[in-house]
Design a protein around this ligand. Sequence first.
Ligand code: G3H
Ligand code: ZN
Length: 283
Amino acid sequence: ALVSMKEMLIKAKEEKYAVGQFNINNLEWTQAILQAAEEQKSPVILGVSEGAAKYMGGFISVVHMVKGLMASYGTTVPVAIHLDHGSSFDKCKEAVDAGFTSVMIDASHHPFEENIEITHKVVEYAHANGVSVEAELGTVGGDEDGVIGGIMYADPEECRKMVEATDIDCLAPALGSVHGPYQGEPNLGFAEMEAISKLADLPLVLHGGTGIPTNDIKRSISLGTAKINVNTENQIVATKAIRDILANDKEVYDPRKFLGPAREAIKATVTGKIIEFGSNQKA
Ligand code: G3H
Ligand code: ZN
């Protein structure tokens, strides 16, 4: 069923596992993720960046595609369609109006007070429509869909204030994670994560899930992380599958011959993440 993230993340935090947010780019991505989640009996979050939404034809076509697949597949597990790194109130509103069940407002590059103001406005509109809201503090490293920034850790006291002032459903405190592949091992701020968990009693979100070692994943979950975002890893395995096929077969022209195996590669990766995050058999 199509639902917001609220209930699934509260349950995940309570039972100490994390729900995966897997970003979608097209039909095959969406198929692979829905299939993996159903087979594993896992709740799942389909992450949609503004850029990916535009690529897929807009928020409305994304919602219709997801609903269409869920109807064809007879999906029973909880699924959220979530705007990833929403850039403004207007974009979040547009997503809510199109039928997204969850939005992230990423006003983390604004001054703190402005971030709170924008986030609060999004929460008011989203909650009135049964839609959950994620906010961000600090700066995730790497490329935030076009916005390239350095790493800046979230401040625990600001996290407390943000949660108190806005009534968000989950919070992504940037604590050293990076979008895209890591240069060497990630260096996550677990002390800050623990402090934030103590000050703000809500599910935490870990961005930049690609390339984080299992130990760090487990530790993050033990410290209140209930949602982990993965995008790049699926892009890497899908493109590798396509590249291998095209390199070995100069005659192939039927797109299903390489998009099908890309879909299988994504499905296998998502299945592995679901098991690693412990959300299997939780739907
Ligand atoms: O919001 C999306 C995620 O944080 C994805 O990060 O591409 O490094 O897996 P990733
Ligand atoms: Zn992110």
